[in-house]
Ligand binder design. Structure first.
Ligand SMILES: CC(C)=CCC/C(C)=C/CC/C(C)=C/COP(=O)(O)OP(=O)(O)O
Length: 291
């Protein structure tokens, strides 16, 4: 299909998002995008950008490691907390753009099983910030249309935060738009161990046989099983480090990895679009092709 950019602009920034009427795109509110003609970009990039993004080209599930808050704050002579404060506004922005693009699941790594080793002051601040985050997403449930849930060891989180999470999960569970999974007190090791324990317990109780254990059964026990698309197509890590840091270890087996130097507080629409463009240029083979 050739590029058709006759739609209604839905975003005013360096990248202009366009929505085409469903009569033209043949689907429900399909989104099309192009980069503004006024921008100076090379032809190769323009070509990759001018891809009409149908469901094949848009990652269904994007996971994001939100890193770089401290460096952002330090570079400005600010307390670390000032960097963390971008959690809610940036995730709101990411959810908005992702919804328009047709991304269906976002998993955001907000606190790992190892992050308890940070200073008490930072951990306390983060727990308070997470409480405010859930309040805000619950308050805006109808407007955002985002279903919010949490993966990770919730029982170790402060009681007030657990209550906020429960309320938010309950309030937003009927939202049929984007599904935002917040990974809190989460670790890939934790996820695989809890799955293993559940399976072992089922074997012990005679509910399943040892021979029944396969990839499908194992994946059913992972915390991400609550999402329609449990495995990320694309992993983004902001902040310049190129490692997984105990994130979705099983689920990332065939994900495309994208590392950017952009620090999380600076990670906005333009940076997200860059990540999507990069994904669109990848050839996913899943071990099945040679060419
Ligand atoms: C946006 C926001 C307020 C997020 C909360 C701040 C926070 C704790 C971010 C860390 C996210 C995370 C688990 C990154 C993994 O890196 P790592 O630093 O745990 O691991 P590493 O030492 O391997 O880099």
């Amino acid at each position: 299909m050739s590029s058709l950019f006759v739609g209604r602009p839905i975003s005013k920034s360096s990248y202009n998002l366009y929505t085409l009427p469903s009569s033209i795109c043949g689907g429900q509110g399909g989104n099309f995008f192009k980069i503004s003609n006024s921008l100076s970009i090379d032809d190769d990039r323009r070509r990759s950008i001018e891809i009409i993004h149908n469901s094949e080209r848009i990652p269904k599930h994007v996971a994001i490691i939100m890193d770089g808050n401290r460096r952002w704050a330090k570079a400005r002579g600010l307390p670390v907390q000032e960097g963390h404060k971008f959690l809610t506004p940036n995730l709101k922005n990411i959810c908005n753009i992702s919804s328009k693009l047709g991304i269906q699941v976002i998993t955001a790594f907000a606190f790992s099983t190892e992050n308890w080793n940070r200073s008490k002051e930072e951990v306390d601040f983060l727990m308070q910030l997470f409480e405010e985050f859930f309040e805000e997403f619950m308050r805006l449930s109808t407007r955002l249309g985002v279903r919010v849930s949490v993966i990770g060891g919730k029982s170790k989180l402060p009681t007030k935060l657990q209550e906020g999470i429960e309320l938010t999960e309950e309030t937003t569970k009927g939202n049929e738009g984007l599904h935002l999974m917040m990974a809190l007190n989460y670790g890939g090791h934790y996820d695989m161990l809890q799955a293993t324990k559940n399976i072992a317990s089922k074997v012990k109780d005679g509910l399943i046989q040892l021979e029944d254990i396969d990839n499908t059964l194992f994946e059913q026990e992972l915390t991400t099983n609550c999402a329609k698309f449990p495995k990320p197509d694309l992993l983004i890590r902001t902040g310049g480090e190129q490692r997984i840091s105990n994130f979705l270890l099983w689920q990332l087996a065939y994900s495309e990895l994208y590392f950017t130097n952009t620090l999380f507080p600076d990670f906005g629409e333009e940076a997200l679009m860059e990540a999507i463009f990069s994904f669109q240029r990848r050839h996913r083979r899943f071990g099945g092709h040679t060419y």
